[in-house]
Design a binder for this molecule. Sequence first.
Ligand SMILES: Cc1cc2nc3c(=O)[nH]c(=O)nc-3n(C[C@H](O)[C@H](O)[C@H](O)COP(=O)(O)O)c2cc1C
Length: 344
Amino acid sequence: MNTSENISASDPTAAERKQDHIQLAFQSQVESMHIDRRFSYEPLLSAHPTGDLSPFSFLGKTLRTPIWVSSMTGGTEKAFQINSNLARACRQFGMGMGLGSCRSLLYGNERLQDFDFRNIIGNDLPFYANIGIAQLEILQQQNAFQKIDELTDKLQADGIIIHVNPLQEWLQPEGDKITQAPIDTIRRFLDTTTQKVIIKEVGQGFGKESLRALMQLPVEAIEFAAHGGTNFSKMELLRGDQQKLEVYRQIAQIGHSAEEMVSIFNELKEELGDKVQCQQYIISGGVKHFLDGYYLTEKINAVAVYGQASGLLKYAEQSYEVLEQYLTYQAEGLKLAKAFFKVR
Ligand SMILES: Cc1cc2nc3c(=O)[nH]c(=O)nc-3n(C[C@H](O)[C@H](O)[C@H](O)COP(=O)(O)O)c2cc1C
């Protein structure tokens, strides 16, 4: 065998690869002004990652991937398929899932199948029901908080997510009016319930004073649902008339990004010390990339996962296989990040 035969036997794709490199070199230029300065790159200190991500405890269960399926839709035929793909992915990757608003199930079981995924996700992972603050307020007025227990029972859910969405309700053509401060409704509910409770926004996040109040409540977790991704003020305006959209569209630009909320949280944690009761956080809202999720979960001074709604929806509505591939890439990317990218 001569030398060139030797090389092609040990590395059979070498010639093709070298040809690709020459062809792609000019398309592969990057500019240093776009360097991602959130990370320091440390190529010397780790081997390539092998094996799985490390399991960890969250909401009383064990997760294998630090991603949360943020609450999405229910109540339509398409939602059934989407949710069923998401629940299946949770089981495969060891993730937790929040359901979309289960309001329709408070008063009947017609759409139960759109939400009834405990059997798919299994008992070992967190699975939470969801209602809006306006519904909770109505239940309070009716002295009917027990309906939340009935809801979580019928879904075999671990607890309830309350979404606090005054802007959405205000801008939604058929929205409900909120007649007392959400923090009061939440406090009253927490005084009487034994449920595990998660509080979230729906895509504008929480400012410092709201976060301060929430962190001091005995809630299981807070989900940021921050500004920077899906925005329900904008969505409701798009459903309404053109003039209303023109007058109110700027409202969609108000809120707090996940990054800002992490730094507000860290400040508050220092300031509040032992007064902080909530110990677990879901960083979500505009988390489009695993590097964002990795950065934010490393940066926050608490136990946290990152959540995605629209990011997962995009793949979950196509097929299970596409969703599975997306999550596989994210999990592999997280392992790579842990090995080589240090958060600054
Ligand atoms: C199609 C869709 C439906 C949603 N429905 C709900 C809901 O019923 N309850 C809720 O708490 N949040 C709901 N959300 C808000 C998400 O949970 C999340 O807070 C928000 O979309 C921001 O995350 P993202 O930027 O990753 O999409 C929904 C989001 C989407 C995209």
